[in-house]
Write a protein that binds this ligand. Sequence first.
Ligand code: NAP
Length: 329
Amino acid sequence: MLLIVTVSLILFIIALFLSKRLSPKYVKIDGKHVVITGGSSGIGKSLAIQAAQLGANVSILARDKVKLETAKTEIQGYLQSGRKVHCESCDLSGDFENVRTVIQEAESRLGPVFMLVNSAGSSVSRSFVDLKASDFKNMMEMNYYSAINATKAAIPSMVEQQCGRIVFLSSQAGQIGLFGFSAYSGAKFALRGMAEALQMEMTPHNIRVTVSFPPDTDTPGFHSELKSGKPKETIMISETAGLFKAEDVAKTILSDSLKGKFLSYVGLDGWMLATMTSGMSAATSALEVVTQFFLLGLLRVIGLFYLSSFDRIVLQCKKERDAEKPKSS
Ligand SMILES: NC(=O)c1ccc[n+]([C@@H]2O[C@H](COP(=O)([O-])OP(=O)(O)OC[C@H]3O[C@@H](n4cnc5c(N)ncnc54)[C@H](OP(=O)(O)O)[C@@H]3O)[C@@H](O)[C@H]2O)c1
């Protein structure tokens, strides 16, 4: 009885303390300028379509001009009356001045950036031994520096407006390091650390930062990763979490960002990982904090069962490989 009263009291105090503090305002993007890097494909394109459906003016940035034009035509079909879509070709991981010029050009056409979604990125999945040293650098350039460049270019006008939204697409591989992702995980973990620091700097400016941790999602990027020699171990481990649709992942990301949530995740595994790795990240939902308070210990134990099943997969694959090796006489 005493335990129940104590727990209820703690819950009440937490909820009271948090409900005012942890309720970022929901914002609308109707008539606002939303810039989406990697908006020509996959999750980024789905985000662009959904932003258009919500009445935003949309800019998409990527390298391949043909893919950009095709996506632009597709997005045009979802625009609300009087709204526009603009596309610019740019290597976001390249020279910062180029990225700044491209964002300034987009702003001169569609107004100051209100929301920036950093979806541009790519992955490589191979064992550490099989990865080239340059793969590690590429992953940082494609996933981390591309987001830094775009964010540095877009942030001045957000600060001037004293409002906005910034989204970084990390990955579940940015929450847990798995076999085959030593290069990719490094870059996606880095994004989260940077985003935590940035959100602390941006909150006084009424700019909210969201880090999304998508699960495996059915996109061209996912399929090219599969074809590029993804280890059997990585495939078998990832399969346990299933494959999600880009539209569903985009819907969650957009909604979480508009609500001002810091952590954005999809599915049961996504919720579990976000809870377990909440650490000292910004608290932007009272419900999340209460669940973290009660479930962290239990989830850690459940996580150990997951890890031991992953370790079994890795061991089994090694045995199979060893058995396939020609026997030395
Ligand atoms: N799909 C998944 O399973 C999954 C899971 C977790 C996280 N994610 C993350 O979610 C994001 C989107 O993934 P996706 O699967 O939708 O990818 P995708 O289909 O391969 O699309 C990637 C987009 O980024 C652009 N891009 C890549 N590098 C670029 C660069 N250096 N400069 C400018 N644009 C660049 C690509 O266009 P160009 O090639 O023409 O430049 C394309 O528009 C990525 O950050 C990815 O790491 C994906």
